[in-house]
Write a protein that binds this ligand. Structure first.
Ligand code: ATP
Length: 199
């Protein structure tokens, strides 16, 4: 699996539709200070479902929408789509090419799509569990992140190893099953109460 392209429109400094294509080997993005290099990494984090504005260097989620310049009006929406080659089926989906899209409008509406079909944020998270690519993955190492990993709490560091070992999806499923069990236990207690009142 590898990243084939990123399409951005209305996201941060990318006012026009811009497509970045990646090929085999190493790709470097170069440009003067403030020209938008880090915005490319932010776009990838965002499309993978990042919900924390601070992680995207903003104060609220609408900050990702092109805010306008002296000569250009602000835009009403931001859209990012990443396309991954999935010929090796590392992503648990039948398609050989997977495009994940996220859009947000100033009105606050937002949508996620996988290969053009609307989906939930949860579906995007699940698609990338244990691949190292998801929003908590280690495929994007930001400035200062190595320090944070080394000086972080053991539990936080453990999360990285869990992701690399491929057990995150099982842990999530276990947590969901445990929650369901707990809910059912509460229901049983309620049923027992009602039964004893009826007796
Ligand atoms: P450096 O080399 O200094 O780290 P960089 O090339 O990584 O810089 P970025 O941090 O990606 O640059 O881009 C910063 C630019 O993006 C700034 O000019 C900022 O005004 C612009 N920008 C960020 N958010 C928005 C937005 N919502 N609308 C318009 N422009 C934005």
């Amino acid at each position: 699996m590898y990243l084939k392209s990123i399409e951005v429109q209305g996201f941060k400094s990318f006012v026009h539709k811009t497509v970045l294509e990646f090929h085999n080997g190493i790709t470097g993005i170069v440009g003067p200070n403030g020209s938008g290099k880090s915005n490319v990494a932010d776009a990838v984090r965002w499309v993978l479902g990042e919900q924390r504005a601070k992680q995207l260097r903003g104060s609220n989620m609408q900050d990702v929408i092109f805010a306008g310049t002296e000569n250009r009006k602000p835009l009403g929406f931001a859209s990012v789509a990443i396309t991954l080659d999935n010929a090796d089926h590392q992503l648990p989906i039948e398609y050989e090419e997977v495009t994940v899209t996220r859009r947000v409008y100033r009105s606050g509406e937002s949508e996620y799509l996988i290969n053009g079909s609307g989906c939930r944020l949860k579906d995007v998270y699940e698609l990338f569990y244990d691949t190292g690519i998801g929003k908590e993955g280690y495929s994007i190492i930001g400035q200062g992140q190595i320090d944070r990993i080394l000086s972080g709490k053991p539990e936080e560091r453990r999360e990285l190893f869990d992701e690399a070992a491929g057990i995150v999806k099982f842990k999530r499923r276990k947590a969901t099953a445990q929650k369901k069990l707990e809910d059912e236990k509460q229901n049983l207690v309620r049923v027992c109460d009602i039964l004893s009142e009826l007796e």
